[in-house]
Design a binder for this molecule. Structure first.
Ligand code: COA
Ligand code: ZN
Length: 310
């Protein structure tokens, strides 16, 4: 097949990246981070999670952050993670129109993360889908967590992944993100799952979300890209991880993924120097957090002397 000359990179740092930090980031700093990301060329940004502040205190200011960025930053599609109807209603009332509804293929992880079985989560999804027509322009992407492995049951049967893809497809969802929540996936596995998904559901736009826990984030993304997946979630500075998945660590760093594609001649719309400035800004707001970013550590080729070591 002919490979796309362009990929879409969806920044999930303000959500996945910040949710695992122990320190609370004030609204102003979150908004500034999102502004930096937008000025680096990121056009799709996940602003946070409309989740219980008891589960994730970091998102205690999600409504304020959402309203402020929607009002003051233009030309960006803002999306937010929602785990249930309440989260969806709250997000929609703040003006968010792109919802990422998360549930996990693994029952053990879903229970730990959102307190529900996958079937119960599907009931929440059905209720959210019923709500959408009342909000102009509203759309849902389903994030299928633990597609490539689960910290509780380790191996997730591929048939189970397909079963849930099929169920959400039957409900009318046409955007699905295959998520490697804990970085267990490998490129061959990605090829198998992506091949079956793409051939069985040609009317679905699939995205991939790879944590770089074991160093395979970009390798997995490349495997998916070569099969025709053109959209990827990443987090600035390689931050991230689900607090309800033991052993979860950072997402693939936005700058590493953008660098890979841009070196390959595949357009991302992102300015890498500006992205590196954003990493520097991130270091200013969370100086004690170690960032997992190869590009920020090494610098652009030919600029070794300028690398900002971390
Ligand atoms: N946002 C804010 N508050 C919420 C909420 C949401 N989306 N959903 C439920 N709540 C509140 C309820 O209003 C209720 O509040 P009250 O006790 O003051 O009346 C309380 O949370 C308990 O509601 P319940 O429906 O029993 O939820 P729960 O305690 O079983 O928690 C979730 C379920 C989904 C809200 C919680 O597990 C959660 O927020 N998980 C987020 C996980 C996450 O973000 N993981 C990382 C991303 S993968
Ligand atoms: Zn994640």
């Amino acid at each position: 097949m002919t490979m796309a000359e362009k990929v879409e990179i969806v920044e999930v740092g303000p959500r996945d990246g910040l949710q695992n930090l122990s320190c609370f980031i004030e609204t102003r700093q979150k908004v500034d981070l999102i502004r930096h990301l937008a000025s680096a060329g990121l056009q799709d940004i996940q602003v946070g999670g409309f989740v219980s502040p008891r589960a994730i205190p970091q998102f205690g200011n999600i409504a304020e952050v959402s309203r402020t960025v929607i009002e003051s930053i233009h030309g960006v599609r803002f999306n937010a993670l929602v785990p249930n109807v309440k989260g969806a209603v709250d997000a929609l009332s703040c003006g968010i129109r792109h919802l990422s509804f998360v549930f996990s293929v693994s029952e053990a992880h879903n229970k730990n993360n959102v307190g529900k079985t996958p079937e119960e989560s599907l009931q929440e999804l059905a209720a959210i889908l019923d709500l959408l027509p009342s909000y102009r322009g509203a759309a849902v992407t389903v994030d299928l967590a633990t597609t490539f492995g689960c910290p509780f049951i380790v191996k997730v049967p591929e048939e189970r992944v397909l079963l849930y893809v099929q169920k959400v497809h039957e409900m009318g969802v046409r955007r699905i993100t295959l998520c490697d929540t804990v970085g267990f996936g490998n490129p061959r596995q990605v090829q198998r799952i992506a091949t079956t998904c793409l051939s069985s559901f040609p009317d679905v736009t699939f995205r991939c979300h790879f944590h770089n826990t074991r160093g395979l984030g970009c390798a997995n993304a490349l495997a998916a890209y070569e099969l025709g997946i053109e959209s990827f979630d990443t987090a600035i500075g390689g931050l991230g991880g689900c607090p309800f998945a033991p052993g979860a660590t950072g997402n693939t760093a936005t700058e590493d993924m953008a660098f890979m594609f841009s070196e390959m001649g595949v357009e991302t719309g992102i300015s890498i120097p500006r992205l590196l400035e954003t990493v520097r800004f991130l270091r200013e707001i969370i100086p004690s957090v170690k960032l997992e970013s190869s590009l920020a550590r090494a610098g652009l080729p030919g600029a070794e002397h300028k690398g900002c070591s971390m």
